[in-house]
Design a binder for this molecule. Structure first.
Ligand SMILES: NC(=O)C[C@H](N)C(=O)O
Length: 335
């Protein structure tokens, strides 16, 4: 029998209807009480960490979750975090950076329909999470709608459907059907040395989505407020350099010591700054390229990198080094 710790944080799975709409209110014990007893072959202990709609998630709460896993690490075989779906992918990526070298499964799950409702997906997702949290595998994962996604590659694509999440630019790790786990992509065993908790996040990070017509003057306010700025551009990357020319402002920002990361609004295949003049121009300064990472991973990774160092060169090195499968390893690509 495996020992699993459920860390509850709220979300739709734990919500009940109220006058103003759904509100998370259920305790961890109440959530467990919805599971059919015959499926409970493992010991499941529980703890409520917070009871929030995940729209209210904050970097400080990610730290609280990581600390709870670390604190109970030696006493359990696996961990389940029930979480709202809206920001689950940010949390799974944040935990992937903060829980370095983890040799046990940390599984995030939730639901699109509250567990108290008849047509809930919460019971299935919860049971699948228990199943995967009992595997002999290390890492942070999202388990949802029968699929297992590595923590740095999850993205919520659908607001209401059961299949809310996709794995972006990376294969699903496994599929779950009842108690059957079918692996699709092997996960490397962790290096020796034990779990390392790395929680010094710097939340001074801003994410900007460009659009045709973005005003260059906007960039002036960033250097006083943020240490890191991510801009989501178009296609393979680069910035508008004619008419409303953003290049001088972005270069100014970099010269002032802000770590600037580029990414693309396209979900698949990542950016490639070497392909067009627009990308080449922006890459003439010390810009950080996120290649095929998804935004949900770039944001916490930049907070994590800035938490370790103020030196933009070092931030760039940390950001461009693959961690927990977040970026395609160019060497692996060439094979
Ligand atoms: N399905 C959900 O869980 C959505 C909810 N608003 C949350 O993220 O907490």
């Amino acid at each position: 029998m495996k020992k699993i710790l459920l860390l509850a944080t709220g979300g739709t799975i734990a919500s009940i209807p109220a006058e103003e709409g759904l509100i998370p209110r259920m305790t961890a014990e109440e959530l467990i009480s919805f599971l059919p007893k015959e499926h409970l072959r493992n010991q499941i202990d529980s703890k409520v960490l917070m009871t929030i709609d995940s729209i209210n998630m904050q970097p400080e709460f990610w730290v609280k979750i990581a600390q709870a896993v670390y604190e109970h690490y030696d006493n359990y075989d696996g961990f389940i975090i029930t979480h709202g779906t809206d920001t689950m992918a940010y949390t799974s990526a944040a935990l992937s950076y903060m829980l370095q070298n983890i040799a046990k499964p940390v599984v995030l799950t939730g639901s699109q329909v509250p567990i108290i409702r008849k047509r809930t997906d919460g019971i299935r997702n919860f049971l699948d999470a228990i199943c995967f949290a009992s595997e002999d595998i290390g890492g942070v994962f999202v388990v949802f709608d029968g699929k297992v996604i590595i923590g740095t590659r999850a993205m919520k694509l659908r607001t209401k459907s059961y299949d809310a999440f996709e794995s972006i630019n990376f294969p699903y790790i496994a599929y779950i059907n009842g108690l059957d786990v079918k692996y699709n992509k092997p996960v490397r065993p962790v290096k020796h040395g034990g779990l390392k908790l790395d929680i010094s996040l710097c939340p001074d990070v801003f994410l900007l989505k460009l659009h045709p017509g973005t005003k260059p003057e906007l960039f002036d306010c960033f250097k006083h407020l943020y240490k890191g700025v991510i801009f989501e551009s178009f296609g393979t990357g680069g910035v508008p350099f004619q008419e409303r020319n953003l290049l001088p402002k972005i270069h100014e920002l970099i010269d002032s010591g802000v770590s600037v990361v580029t990414t693309t609004q396209c979900l698949q295949e990542g950016e490639d700054l070497g392909l067009y003049e627009a990308g080449w121009k922006v890459a003439q300064k010390m810009i950080i390229s996120s290649r095929d990472m998804n935004t949900e991973a770039i944001v916490p990774k930049l907070m994590w990198a800035l938490g370790q160092t103020d030196n933009p060169k070092e931030v760039k090195k940390i950001m461009e080094t693959p961690v927990a499968y977040d970026i395609a390893n160019p060497k692996e690509k060439m094979k």
